[in-house]
Design a protein around this ligand. Structure first.
Ligand SMILES: *Cc1c(COP(=O)(O)O)cnc(C)c1O
Length: 396
């Protein structure tokens, strides 16, 4: 019993053995750096398998291990490793796959720091060559593969414009050329999209978004095969040392209990708000894969089983003062850069882009002065719509 695979049930029970901690309904936080052994033979034996034995908390910690087992099971992977941030997980997964003088294919609209890591940092440190494509056509992937291509790095839906890649087709192509694949699956979460089932090698998440969900942790996870995760455990995780704190893993365990039910509400609210925005005369475009009008709606239906609450809109206005007034007059949407928490958020990407570039330059990235990012939280959707309705009047 208690072996259900259904996420709502599994996330409450899987990976826990209450008899090991006095029947406590919530597993304890093992807040210790090391584990002690009764004699020579027992520590000697533990060293034979440091992945699966508790020796030192930079390796295996029991609280962290419970959260990792749940995440691996949820994603359909053999193993998961939690990290101190999404970027620690992403940079470690990438380092596991790339080679000196190697070549990487990725998308124009991946998460900014991941882009900097590949295209600036590793370019300098490892002479890595990076090709950027839109990712919407398999021919783009095919025609850019070279002798030294070692990694295809995906993010579906992508940042900024939420464009999708056909995961099954890309994974097949990559396998036939012996190229590793990584996907940043933060938007869809392992509830609504299972990239490993399509043949993608590694799935990475920022747990700071929906997986955490309460805007109280920064963490990340890599999920994949036993073999890849053992390599990451022994190299990137152990050597860079970006281990998660037991307390934060415990908070993730707390968050996983409500992930399925939270996502249902984010999805319902997201759909309601997106449909409202779609028909608003001051909104030119809504970027949300759940809308039937979304260009890649059919592909989304093929590879995702639901939608979360992050979206972008393009308002019909290019006057900074009016857009400022719109953003400032929202009452339920807080102004901030993260997303995926209980609270609704608004952010206008132009605020950061205007510091470095002209509007002409950033429009090449699919962003204009009128691009607005909305993270739809768990408030009553009707309150959020009323708030947007009032604020959008500032654009008249
Ligand atoms: C936030 C984010 C990350 C980075 O996660 P951190 O936990 O902030 O390091 C990676 N990918 C995407 C899509 C994100 O939104």
């Amino acid at each position: 019993m208690r072996d259900s695979n259904r996420p709502a049930t599994m996330l409450l029970h899987y990976g826990e053995d209450k008899s090991e901690y006095q029947g406590a309904v919530v597993p304890p936080i093992y807040q210790n750096s090391l584990f002690t052994f009764k004699d020579w033979d027992s520590i000697d034996k533990a060293f034979d398998d440091p992945v699966n034995n508790c020796i030192y908390t930079r390796g295996k910690n029991p609280t962290v291990a419970i959260a990792e087992e749940k995440l691996a099971k949820l994603a359909g992977g053999e193993k998961a490793k939690l990290f101190t941030s999404g970027m620690a997980a992403i940079s470690s997964a990438i380092m596991h796959c790339v080679k000196h003088n190697g070549h990487v294919i990725t998308l124009k609209n991946i998460y900014g720091p991941a882009n900097n890591f590949l295209g600036t940092y590793l370019k300098e440190k490892m002479n890595l060559e990076v090709t950027y494509i839109s990712g919407t056509d398999i021919k783009e992937f095919e025609s850019n593969i070279k002798e030294n291509t070692c990694l295809i790095y995906l993010e579906s839906p992508s940042s900024v414009v939420f464009s999708l890649q056909d995961l099954e087709v890309v994974a097949k192509l990559a396998k036939s050329h012996n190229i590793k694949t990584i996907i940043d699956n933060t938007w869809a979460t392992p509830i609504y999209q299972k990239p490993l089932s399509f043949g993608i090698d590694l799935e990475v998440h920022s747990c700071s978004k929906y997986i955490g969900g309460h805007s109280d942790i920064v963490a990340g996870v890599v999920i994949g095969s036993e073999k890849d995760l053992r390599g990451i455990f022994e190299s990137e995780h152990a050597l860079y040392g970006g281990k998660i704190a037991p307390f934060e893993a415990w908070l993730i365990m707390r968050s996983l209990r409500t992930l399925p039910i939270r996502l249902k509400q984010h999805e319902e609210n997201g759909m309601k708000v997106a449909k409202y925005l779609e028909q608003h005369p001051k909104v030119k475009k809504v970027y949300y894969p759940g809308l039937e009008s979304f260009e890649q709606y059919e592909l989304g239906r093929k590879q995702m089983t639901g939608y979360t609450g992050m979206m972008a809109i393009e308002v019909d206005c290019q006057e900074v003062e009016k857009i400022k007034a719109f953003m400032n007059s929202l009452e339920y949407f807080y102004i901030g850069v993260s997303w995926g928490g209980f609270e609704s958020l608004v952010y206008v990407p132009a605020i950061s882009y205007l510091k470095e570039m002209t509007p002409e330059k950033f429009s090449a990235m699919g962003i204009s002065l009128g691009s607005v990012r909305l993270s739809i939280g768990l408030e009553d959707a009707d309150d959020l719509i009323a708030d947007l309705d009032k604020a959008l009047k500032c654009l008249n």
